[in-house]
Every structure is written in structure tokens, then in C-alpha cells.
Design a protein around this ligand. Structure first.
Ligand SMILES: [Zn+2]
Length: 135
């Protein structure tokens, strides 16, 4: 038997967060799939789906442009969440998870539990949103 020292961070609910992220990831993937099928997209790439949603629709008469806008907005939101989850899972697997991507400080576990895709502490997140929003 090898004795492995358990890093203290394992005391935090990483395993629980990882399984939550993976569950969410699967849910997103199937919603994406449904959206793609609805749109008649040939593949699962975001660009293909967007193209299919905006392209001439074989059932065009029944689809209002508003529906396509909505579907496209939903596809964008799905895509953004998938990316965020992918990044969080990657961070979990290489041990960066739970540390702020900007300042390196520990993100409170409560924040991670509320928002498992959080990659920044509240302060840095606010700064990021300010900078990107003000442009
Ligand atoms: Zn920070």
C-alpha cells in the first residue's frame, strides 16, 4: 500500500463540483443536439448551427425570423456556457481550479458552489466586466 498524502484542497467539494459540471455539460450537449436537429444542421459546430438557423429554411413559411433570432441567441448562450464549463473542468483537472485566474487568490467555496464555472474572484470578475463592458 502506498500512502499518498491527500492535498488539502481535496477536502473541498471539488469532486462534487466536477460531477455537477459534467452533468451540466451533458445537459447542454443534448440541448445543443436538439437545437441542431430542429435547425436541420448537418453538424454540431456552432458555425454550422448558426448557418443552418440563418439559411433558407425548408419550412420557411412556418418559421418567423424572430424564432431564428431566438434560436440563435439560445445557441450562443449554450455555446458560451459550454466553453465556460470546459474551462472549469480543465482547471479542475490541472489543479488551477479554485484560484482566481487573475490575482491567484482562492475563490471562496461558496462562490464556486453557487457558480461552478467561476474562474475569478468577485473583485476580478467585476473588474473584467467593467473593462469589457466599457469598451
Ligand atoms: Zn481575483
Amino acid at each position: 500500500m502506498t500512502t499518498t498524502q491527500i492535498p488539502s484542497r481535496l477536502a473541498q467539494p471539488w469532486a462534487q463540483l466536477e460531477s455537477e459540471l459534467m452533468t451540466r455539460e451533458r445537459a447542454l450537449a443534448s440541448e445543443w443536439q436538439a437545437l441542431a436537429e430542429q435547425a436541420g444542421a448537418s453538424g454540431e459546430q456552432r458555425t454550422e448551427l448558426a448557418h443552418a438557423l440563418l439559411a433558407n429554411d425548408p419550412e420557411g413559411v412556418r418559421h418567423h425570423p424572430d424564432d431564428r433570432e431566438l434560436a440563435l441567441g439560445r445557441a450562443d448562450a449554450l455555446h458560451a456556457e459550454q466553453v465556460a464549463i470546459g474551462e472549469a473542468l480543465l482547471a479542475l483537472r490541472d489543479g488551477r481550479y479554485g484560484a482566481c485566474a487573475d490575482c491567484g487568490e482562492s475563490i471562496p467555496v461558496e462562490r464556486l458552489l453557487a457558480q461552478p464555472t467561476a474562474l475569478r474572484c468577485v473583485r476580478c470578475q467585476a473588474l473584467t466586466e467593467q473593462t469589457s463592458g466599457a469598451a
